[in-house]
Design a protein around this ligand. Structure first.
Ligand code: SF4
Length: 320
């Protein structure tokens, strides 16, 4: 099953072109572990999907002929399961395409096979991480138990090669589907110098049903985390729309609306649950853009709200 319709969006074998400036290049279909929640389960470990050198060359031709593509995500499978020489060859090809500026390696090996991140591999990556091509890595830690000393060592090697590392986790029912577990994971990731990137719902694929959680869980997780860890430790909760619609962000609604007569926006604080007012610029012509709050709501909130003129004190102390 192909929930994101990646195959329909493939102009050549092994390449998905969903967003105008980005492509997803499937370099191989082998992994160090086989995750039951994998949305690419249909391809992973399937020998008929194998990407031969000629297939990859056709992908490079497509990218070369599309100057709007500036960003190539190399995924699979796990691209870091390829040999050093093949990785070198792929990066070299991308580096030679003038309009390709960014390359993102999607790999779980820092988690699942951290010893694969060798000094030799990092030297190869670093040699292509140049003024012309910026290399990023997105990995997938789903639980703090995966943040092992070996994983930390692997991440440090990638960082020393100039590779910025982000994490894309998946909400898994009964494993990490609560705010505290996700908070502990993301605090641990920051200790490993990994920034939070995305948090996904598992896609609807055969075998994933037991892992799926209500959409509300993801929103509640973000609501719980906000204010308890620095922003760079809070992932964006995204839904990759079935049918190839791309990603959309979901989150708690901290914005209550706009009070037109006083030209104030009303927010709820993520840290304290208090209400706060922020004025719209006087010369703004965007009043119609905002959802309006009623006079009734406004009058209830006003006496208990804070603004540039009336602020809160340190946590646990009354305001001034
Ligand atoms: S490592 Fe990634 S591509 Fe491989 S099975 Fe797991 S989620 Fe899928």
């Amino acid at each position: 099953m192909d929930p994101l319709h990646e195959e329909d969006l493939s102009p050549v074998k092994g390449l998905t072109h969903m967003y105008p400036d980005r492509v997803l290049l499937f370099s191989n279909h082998e992994c160090s572990v086989y995750c039951r929640h994998c949305m690419r389960g249909r391809k992973v470990s399937d020998s008929t999907e194998r990407m031969e050198t000629a297939d990859l060359e056709l992908c490079f031709d497509y990218i070369r002929n599309h100057p709007e593509i500036s960003d190539v995500v190399i995924s699979g499978g796990d691209p870091l399961n390829l040999s050093d020489s093949k990785i070198d060859w792929i990066l070299e090809n991308l580096e030679k395409i003038p309009h390709v500026k960014i390359c993102r390696l999607g790999t779980r090996n820092p988690v699942t096979l951290p010893m694969r991140i060798t000094n030799d591999l990092c030297k190869i990556i670093e040699s292509h991480n140049t003024d012309h091509l910026s290399i990023f890595c997105n990995t997938q830690f789903n639980h703090e138990k995966e943040c092992t000393p070996e994983a930390k060592e692997a991440i440090l090697k990638l960082l020393k090669a100039g590779v910025s590392v982000g994490n894309q986790c998946v909400i898994l029912k009964g494993i990490n589907d609560d705010g505290e577990t996700m908070l502990r994971l993301h605090r641990k990731l920051l200790e490993l110098r990994i920034r939070a990137y995305y948090m996904y719902d598992p896609e609807l694929i055969p075998g994933s049903r037991g892992f799926r959680t209500p959409l509300a869980k993801g929103i509640q997780i973000i609501e719980y985390m906000r204010g308890k860890v620095a922003g760079m430790g809070i992932p964006q909760f995204v839904n990759d729309l079935p049918g190839g619609g791309g990603k959309v962000n979901l989150g708690p609604n901290w914005y209550l609306g706009f009070h037109k007569p006083s030209r104030n926006h009303v927010f709820r604080s993520a840290v304290r649950g208090t209400y706060h007012l922020s004025p719209e610029p006087l010369d703004s012509e965007y009043e119609e853009f905002y959802p309006e709050i009623s006079e009734d709501t406004w009058s209830k909130l006003l006496q208990n709200s804070y603004s540039a003129f009336k602020g809160l004190g340190p946590l646990g102390e009354p305001g001034k």
